[in-house]
Ligand binder design. Sequence first.
Ligand code: ATP
Length: 364
Amino acid sequence: MSEVVISAQSVSKTFGAGADKVTALDDVSVDIFQNEFFTMLGPSGCGKTTLLRLIGGFEQASAGQILLEGQALNDLPPFKRPINTVFQSYALFPHLTVRQNITFGLEMKSISRSDANARADEMLELVQLAQYGDRSPSQLSGGQQQRIALARALAPAPKVLLLDEPLSALDLKLRKEMQIELKRLQTETGITFVFVTHDQEEALAMSDRIAVMQSGKILQVGAPREIYEQPTHRFVADFIGDSNFLRGDLVDGPHGGHAISFGEGQVINLAQDVKSDKLKDVNVSIRPERLSITDAQTAKSNQLTGTVTFVTYFGTDTTYRVDLDGQGPVTVRMQNGDGANAQFGKGDRVGVVMPPEAIRVLVD
Ligand code: ATP
């Protein structure tokens, strides 16, 4: 296991007082590892920027502490932390050349001009803008300015780079390019990136691990695949990708584990090792693409019955809306291929097949 670089320990942050009091972070604990692309993901107002600002030293925690390599950062001002930040607005100095924008911070750290210039050229090479050193920032496109902002932030070789929605001002195509570029920069430099976004696709595409936040709390931390395939909370399953939600009772499974009962004769085995005290009326999620439909006449295990109410053809896949008996509607998304799904239409009685490993029992 890699070394922990940043450790947030029971961190809370409130703003204001009395009736105006806002709890931006509520007892948040998380470890961020060396050489990791770590993303804080959540909707507007969930507290992700506040956590980033606490790590950067722009805000002080109301309770708890933040450690860098085991040392409390409490009173260290931002410029004394081996941590740099890239903001959404690139904040380049318009009156300096591109190279001077990069050397400025280095010379502030008492690095000689010739060393600073050499480092700037190295950084320009890294962001693939070697020939632009003598230009003014205004002569660069938005994407190029963003790369310069990154080069400037990476130049002092910080231990941690904080990135607050740095791609949100870019158009979609450029944004996709910069996602790949950011991931490359992180891998090549080996610097820990702590990235903030509300864009779930961006988070899935770039991150080694994601912390999903809601209302000042971290609900789940995990690798993209884990977050997507094994969400712990309804909020996580809903915020990232599409999900069906059903309610049922936990019962003993045939082989010692659990199964979930959706009513008379409708018991589905679970692969998940559920550790819940609650047995009645639990919430489960299942991704539409993990479901499939089959002829209701062919009885199969792990399947519920229902009636097709809607069919939408999307080219690569077809989406079915199925009204499950006694459960209500679910969405089923099946890949098209050789007309394999063409046989199901509105009004058909079908079986909806639920693979045990695709069903997740949620915390709430
Ligand atoms: P966004 O994506 O919109 O930036 P966020 O998840 O980054 O949202 P924060 O900016 O961390 O959320 O804000 C969390 C909560 O704290 C919000 O309710 C916000 O209004 C409040 N907040 C943040 N900074 C301050 C401040 N300086 N004074 C008062 N309230 C603040």
